[in-house]
Design a protein around this ligand. Structure first.
Ligand code: FPP
Length: 256
């Protein structure tokens, strides 16, 4: 893992710099982000943690837009983990409300800009009203083929793997799968991310050097960047810097 904190290019990029000095040929196809540090951001300002999540949702909007503008195909955001259910009820309620508001307020932006919404995780565990807006947004944006915004909701990598093992075991028992034909590709097809290429780049904010149960199978060869910036302070500029760093990484996939 590489930790870096680059603050050197603070100025805003304008539309005439739409290429963002980034080589489109070596752009990551799939970027995944662990958005961490909302609580610490709020604490530093003697604010309620929920204020950190609210500011975090604004950053989500900005990063989605930047992904679309740079031509990234898939953005997966760790928005709510299986472990997050253990947070205080008021915080869970605030996060679910923010998510619902985000989906409602961004629908037009998604439709106007060819963005497809997808969700991975135990969607059935989300509150009914959130599930409704989620399913509606996914249905309305289903045919879009620009950026895929993939939200990990009530998601846990281990739970996903357990679910996959269970499903493959049932199909094997029923004679639909021959154990000799269980391959990496078959396993991938039984995950929530079926049909979605593995992330090329994983970004974690707030400096913690952990994976926190995110996309455990899918990140086998993913390039990882950790920044000390707290998610509510994360910016388009820093995101673009990380993309540039990524372009200088040599990806060998275990080969020489
Ligand atoms: C981690 O920060 C962040 C979360 C658990 C939730 C992420 C949610 C958002 C960014 C806002 C809503 C999302 C969308 C998609 C609209 P933390 O609370 O663990 O921070 P801490 O480690 O500093 O306490």
């Amino acid at each position: 893992m590489t930790t870096f904190l680059k603050k050197k290019r603070k100025r805003s990029l304008n539309s005439s710099e739409s290429s963002y000095d980034i080589d489109p040929a070596s752009l990551p196809c799939h970027v995944a982000i662990i958005m961490d540090g909302n609580g610490r951001w709020a604490k530093k300002r003697i604010l309620n943690r929920i204020e950190g999540h609210k500011k975090g949702a604004e950053v989500v909007r900005a990063i989605v837009r930047t992904c679309r503008e740079t031509g990234i195909s898939i953005l997966t955001l760790y928005a709510f983990s299986t472990e997050n259910w253990q947070r205080p009820k008021t915080e869970i309620f605030a996060l679910m409300t923010l998510l619902k508001n985000f989906l409602e307020s961004e629908l037009k932006e998604m439709l106007d800009n060819n963005i497809r919404l997808n969700a991975i995780g135990q969607i059935e565990k989300l509150p009914e009203n959130v599930q409704q807006v989620l399913h509606k947004t996914m249905a309305l944006t289903k045919k879009n083929n620009g950026l895929m915004l993939n939200l990990a909701l009530s998601y846990g990598g281990r739970a996903e793997i357990v679910r996959m093992v269970r499903e493959i075991a049932i199909k094997t028992k029923e004679g639909d799968i021959d154990p000799d034909f269980i391959t990496s590709e078959l396993v991938s097809d039984f995950l929530y991310t079926k049909g979605i290429p593995d992330p090329d780049l994983l970004i974690r904010t707030s400096g913690e050097m952990r994976i926190s149960n995110f996309l455990l199978w899918q990140i086998a060869y993913t390039e990882i960047f950790v920044t000390k910036t707290l998610w509510p302070d994360f910016s388009k500029q820093e995101f673009l810097e990380i993309l540039k760093h990524y372009q200088h990484r040599e990806r060998r996939f275990g080969k020489v």
